[in-house]
Design a protein around this ligand. Structure first.
Ligand code: NAG
Ligand code: NAG
Ligand code: NAG
Ligand code: NAG
Ligand code: NAG
Ligand code: NAG
Ligand code: NAG
Ligand code: NAG
Length: 360
């Protein structure tokens, strides 16, 4: 009996141990959606995952042991969508578009294009939307921004799981104060765009950087990084800014944050082959000054983050926090967190709770 008891004990002990490890650290993944709420940096899905994780930024930590917390899972597996925080209550997160996966059917399903997550109560709901444009169903590889009045702007994207792959150039707007959807006249937007970054500037313009488009002859064309598509959320008009300065390699699925002094900092991204898989993955930082519209490449110190694409980035005070993503063309994914101190472009291994916002 003794050996059997011992074996059982070991089995139980090991599974408990394994269970605990599984519960505390998310697995490697990419194409999650991410939103900062106060001191919690949330991550939704990634790959076919239904999981919701957040990093607690209220205490200092070593990036090799990030303070992960598990939250209530999503109603569906989720990737290639986008999320943003309601400025009305600073606690409701909207998830828009994306590929939604149902494990029990083993297929992509598009039951709803918008989910609501109450980060205070950890509750998921599917809101009723007035005037929803069903052309938006299946839309993914998009980035949304939300303005202070509660209008979410989502440009372009592509469909998925369809015989005909379509790229879009429409601007969809969801007003969360009335839960009303509108799709703007498309004829003014220059090109279709997918896998870009979208940054809302204080003057109400959205800067779309990078990504890829498709021509009328169905040729995929990667967007010139020096041609910044601008959408004015006040006049609902489009324009293009030609950026000067350093030449930045074209890319898709990079990440971007806006600093308080008006720089857009981008990291990584990739080139893709014609079936949409990463080919070349970048590990560079580039900075776009949104008043002079000049690109520059800062000199960076510290231990560099690896190449990353289909990752996410958030700015928390003086830290740009990168998480997850694909690290190479051979589809290896990471569950690591990488942090750049934007005050002197230094990669850090310790997150020290910042006491103030960056002074510069
Ligand atoms: C962070 O953790 C790693 C791995 O345990 C360790 O090598 C490193 O010294 C730690 N860094 C700091 C600043 O404590
Ligand atoms: C939401 O957060 C913003 C920025 O921190 C702040 O200006 C605003 O007052 C907050 N609104 C509410 C309802 O808490
Ligand atoms: C939906 O797409 C169809 C076909 O592309 C187009 O004719 C129609 O105007 C679109 N509807 C809206 C509301 O954008
Ligand atoms: C859409 O834009 C085109 C060109 O700017 C304009 O001619 C047309 O009247 C607009 N349509 C609507 C419904 O606003
Ligand atoms: C690709 O984009 C460039 C410049 O943005 C343009 O000159 C070229 O015609 C485009 N090619 C295709 C096939 O659309
Ligand atoms: C693109 O890359 C993926 C993953 O490496 C590979 O399976 C696929 O065959 C590639 N497609 C093309 C058209 O090269
Ligand atoms: C952006 O460029 C302008 C004009 O060169 C300069 O005055 C400003 O300091 C720059 N902004 C940042 C954040 O570097
Ligand atoms: C970067 O700035 C931080 C303060 O934000 C400082 O603690 C750190 O020593 C600086 N690192 C370098 C390499 O200058």
């Amino acid at each position: 009996m003794k050996p059997l008891y011992y074996t059982l004990f070991l089995v139980i002990f090991s599974s408990v141990h394994y269970f605990v490890i599984c519960q505390n650290v998310p697995s490697s993944r990419s194409s999650q959606a991410s939103t900062l709420v106060g001191t919690r940096l949330y991550f939704f899905g990634g790959g076919a995952s239904t999981e919701v994780w957040y990093l607690d930024l209220s205490n200092s930590f070593n990036i090799s042991t990030p303070p992960w917390h598990n939250d209530i899972v999503m109603p569906v597996g989720y990737s290639f969508g986008t999320s943003c925080l309601s400025p009305i209550d600073n606690s409701t997160i909207y998830l828009i578009g994306g590929r939604t996966w149902m494990a029990n059917t083993g297929n992509y399903l598009y039951l709803t294009s918008v989910y609501k997550f109450n980060s205070k109560t950890s509750q998921w709901t599917t809101p009723t939307i007035n005037n929803f444009n069903y052309n938006f169903t299946t839309r993914n590889e998009i980035q949304a921004v939300i303005n202070n009045n509660g209008k979410i702007f989502v440009f372009g994207g592509t469909n998925f799981n369809s015989q005909t792959i379509l790229y879009y150039n429409d601007m969809n707007v969801l007003d969360i104060t009335t839960m009303t959807w509108s799709t703007l006249n498309q004829s003014q937007s220059y090109i279709t765009n997918v896998d870009y970054t979208a940054t809302l500037l204080p003057n109400g313009n959205i800067a779309y950087v990078g990504g890829r488009s498709i021509s009328s002859s169905k040729v995929v064309n990667i967007t010139d990084m020096a041609k910044i598509q601008i959408f004015d959320t006040k006049s609902y008009t489009w324009s293009i800014k030609s950026a000067s300065g350093s030449t930045i390699a074209s890319r898709v699925s990079h990440s971007a944050v806006l600093t308080q002094d008006g720089n857009i900092i981008i990291y990584g991204g990739s080139l893709q082959n014609s079936s949409g898989y990463p080919v070349t993955v970048y590990s560079d930082i580039a900075v776009l000054n949104t008043s002079s519209w000049a690109w520059s490449i800062p000199s960076v110190s510290g231990t560099k983050a690896p190449p990353l694409t289909q990752h996410s980035a958030a700015l928390y005070k003086n830290y740009m926090i990168l998480a997850f993503g694909a690290t190479s063309a051979s589809n290896s994914y990471t569950n690591h967190v990488y942090i750049l101190d934007i005050q002197n472009y230094t990669w850090v291994t310790t997150f020290n709770v910042p006491t103030t916002n960056p002074a510069k």
